[in-house]
Write a protein that binds this ligand. Sequence first.
Ligand code: AHG
Ligand code: MN
Ligand code: MN
Length: 358
Amino acid sequence: MPVSTRHTLTQYLIDQRRRFPSASGDLNGLILDVAIACKTIAREVASGALAELPAAGEVNVQGEAQKPLDVASNEVFLRQTEWSGHLAGMASEEMDAPYQIPAGYPRGKYLLVFDPLDGSSNIDVNVSVGSIFSILRAPDDVVASGRDVTEADFLQPGHTQVAAGYAIYGPSTMLVLTVGNGVAGFTLDPNIGEFRLTHPDMRVRPDTQEFAINSSNSRFWEPPVKRYVDECLAGRSGPRGKDFNMRWIASMVAEAHRILMRGGVFLYPRDNKDPSKPGRLRLLYEANPIAFLMEQAGGLCSTGRQPMLGIQPRELHQRIGVVFGSRNEVERIQRYHTDPASRELPEPLFAERGLFRD
Ligand code: AHG
Ligand code: MN
Ligand code: MN
């Protein structure tokens, strides 16, 4: 196999840091530790049924059964990042409350928020899963005092993220990252165990003919979503005048990756399924990091009604409607939600033919 001379993740981060001569290097150190956590999880995922994991976990704060790999991946993130002095605290899908940096380790200026294993229902069926992470600055008083972190310290709108990314554990393992200067994709070189820069400037195409939504929820959708999907399904003879293709992987990370590679739009919208859950996905460690990546790649991410990155979080584990991907489709869906004229149901012709109408 030819030896690759592509830049490593370390080289990329050093290049990026040169834009800020006074930067301490803490952010780079933190991202490199997250990358090691992802490599560790990649090995566990690749071991499949051979992985020796403890019995299944408990039910997490979301009321979802934790898989052994959810719990193990969470531990990997904690152990790989808590010691370094870069972090003031962490929060994860798998932990009810914020995680305090243990006594004996220095505390730093960043907060790390993560979904250690996204799409974990796909583990048992050997379909791609991933990890998602977001890095925020800790509030000044946390950094100055070194006090324990509280839920409120994490409730920052997505536009304040310093860095965000995901790892995808598929046929190859990739890390996709933004530090606020575009989106870069790295492929794990298994020969040397390093991430190499294979996708230096990932861009989301503005237009697409591919959408992703869990249509088993169609009876719970709000009218703008029904209208959008019906119009896609109507294809060439409908108001869009073109045929659409559909995908649903049930690993958001894999859908985000597909959209970064070839365009598309993903919807897990707010619906009427369970009034206590305004959406399925979580704002702080699923929607916001993906939104930062999408915007940095020229795509968009919206709640359906407004840009995701402007949302002021109210709770650590808050759920929210999510629409992201190709700019012109996300804008169209947002228009259907906000433009009163668009709120009306589609023309009767398409209403009759729509597969997902009540
Ligand atoms: P997680 O495994 O972290 O709980 O997240 C799974 C999420 C997301 O990745 C995916 O898009 C969605 O749940 C799938 O939901 P459905 O089972 O409703 O399709
Ligand atoms: Mn998830
Ligand atoms: Mn998860």
